[in-house]
Write a protein that binds this ligand. Structure first.
Ligand SMILES: Nc1ncnc2c1ncn2[C@@H]1O[C@H](COP(=O)(O)OP(=O)(O)OP(=O)(O)O)[C@@H](O)[C@H]1O
Ligand SMILES: [Mg+2]
Length: 487
């Protein structure tokens, strides 16, 4: 299972998802942390500045009304009436977020505290100095609380100055507990959710990958059953129109080709054995009879002559098969030269003239342009046309008229050999170029059915086409069409 595509796809997918989710979580967490911090800082600043502004306005009014400006006047002065009021106003409003406020004097001593109790984060000296110079300062202050963990506060200090420089410092502060708590909750949730989501998605992924790859599993099951004995088995293609369907179709096409070549191989071996068996049986029978008793020289000669005939037959079959095998293995090297078709066919017809005369047939070069030439192996091409002419003589019947036609067909040299014989039945026509195929099923003819197979191999090697036509009652015509001549 761990080696399956299904598992690997799921694993990769889950890993990618885990990385994406982790990145997403980090970005979300950081953004939230930053915006919470910014919010808090803004809140503190708004509150402190509000109090500071009010305080400044008050001090200004006091200076104008009282006619003097003095911090010491604050002791017991009206300032102490307004300060608690200001702090209360800015902290106790239930509509506002809870922020603590303090007012300190220039020495850092606390004048007012919204909590009214101890435990406020003290401003560091540096902050005090900075604030007295007129700057607003942020601090993160930790206070230890005995046994428990440290409390962390965020603080904002701003000066409230009268006309004579900084007089008071307004500090707004708030515990960061809420922000930390919210962030911690988010951390815990993410730590739990990310692995859970990855696991769940992985499980779904595994399931869907299994559904998607089910046709492949089915294909594998069928393919496992296929042996040489049942090559006819086919994969059931899935209903979909996807890559798997394409694969199934390709497999089926391959199986069909395999079956075809396997069957033809088998048939071929059967045919070869059959063809060789007949002459061998005759040979053996004759020899056995001859050896039974002493014979005269004449009788021996007759037996040997008959033996020679059978041996020649076998030798022709074996020779033809060898030729075909060499063409199949591309071992035949064509010795190409310019071959004049009229000369070549004239020669072939001439060499068969004796045979033609015997059966009262005639071979005629009916239409033949003098100058048509092809680039070809003269010997092999001669053999091709001899096979065609031999068939025309053999099957054209006694007194047949054989016509050879050499012409240019759509710019390609073409030779056709027609006879006036009984023709080839339409059912046999597609098969006659196959090895050992003979149209007359009684196999009464003298041939072995290899002549046209060899002719086709030779035509193929030359890049030429060979075809047979046999309209009913009009004899048969074999045409060889060569590739267009290259100049
Ligand atoms: N001109 C033709 N007229 C009628 N039938 C033909 C003709 N040429 C071929 N055939 C048929 O096609 C079959 C195959 O021909 P092919 O030349 O391959 O074999 P063959 O002539 O029987 O034997 P081989 O050529 O090996 O001596 C023949 O047996 C014959 O039935
Ligand atoms: Mg033949």
């Amino acid at each position: 299972m761990f080696n399956s595509v299904r598992f690997r796809i799921t694993l990769w997918y889950a890993a990618a998802l885990a990385v994406t989710l982790a990145l997403f979580s980090v970005v979300v967490y950081n953004n939230l942390e930053r915006s919470l911090d910014e919010n808090l800082d803004q809140l503190l600043a708004v509150r402190a500045e509000g109090v500071a502004d009010a305080l400044e306005a008050y001090l200004e009014t006091e200076r104008i009304e009282v006619g003097r400006y003095s911090a010491s006047a604050a002791k017991g002065g009206a300032f102490f009436k307004i300060a608690p009021e200001l702090v209360r106003l800015h902290t106790e409003d239930p509509k506002q977020a809870a922020v603590e406020l303090r007012i300190l004097d220039a020495s850092g001593a606390e004048l007012e505290n919204s909590r009214g109790s101890a435990g406020a984060p003290e401003l560091p000296d540096r902050t005090l100095k900075d604030a007295l110079k007129g700057n607003a300062v942020y601090d993160t202050i930790k206070i230890s609380q005995g046994e428990g963990p440290e409390a962390t506060y965020r603080s904002y200090a701003t000066p409230a100055s009268g006309t004579g420089g900084a007089v008071y410092i307004v500090q707004a502060y708030r515990s960061t507990y809420h922000t930390q708590f919210a962030l911690k909750k988010l951390r815990v949730m993410m730590a739990a959710m990310v692995p859970l989501i990855v696991l769940l998605t992985g499980a779904f992924g595994m399931f869907f990958a299994r559904v998607a790859l089910r046709p492949v599993a089915n294909m594998a099951r069928t393919l496992r059953q296929i042996t040489a004995e049942n090559l006819s088995l086919r994969i059931k293609p899935p209903e979909t129109r996807d890559e798997i369907r394409e694969l199934a179709d390709l497999f089926n096409a391959m199986l069909a080709r395999l079956e075809d070549s396997f069957l033809s191989e088998r048939r071929f071996i059967q045919d070869v054995s059959h063809e060789l068996k007949t002459p061998l049986t005759i040979l053996k029978g004759e020899l056995e009879v001859a050896l039974k008793k002493a014979r005269s020289v004449g009788e021996y000669t007759a037996v040997l002559q008959s033996n020679l005939e059978e041996t020649e037959k076998m030798s022709k079959i074996v020779g033809d098969l060898l030729t075909l095998a060499r063409f199949d293995n591309r071992e035949v090297r064509l010795e190409r030269s310019r071959v004049n078709l009229k000369t070549l066919l004239g020669g072939a017809a001439g060499s068969l003239s004796g045979l033609a005369e015997k059966s009262g047939a005639s071979i005629e070069l009916s239409r033949a342009a003098d100058s048509i030439e092809v680039e070809a192996d003269q010997g092999q091409l001669g053999r091709l046309f001899l096979n065609l002419l031999d068939n025309a003589l053999k099957y054209g019947g006694p007194g047949g008229k054989i016509k050879v036609n050499i012409s240019m067909e759509a710019g390609r040299p073409a030779v056709s050999v027609s006879d006036s014989g009984p023709g080839i039945p339409a059912g046999d026509l597609p098969h006659i170029f196959k090895r050992f195929y003979r149209a007359d099923s009684s196999r009464s003819s003298s041939g072995f059915g290899l002549g046209l197979a060899i002719a086709k191999s030779i035509a193929d090697a030359h890049g030429a086409e060979i075809k047979a036509e046999s309209p009913p009652g009009q004899g048969s015509t074999f045409t060889v069409i060569f590739p267009p001549p290259q100049h």
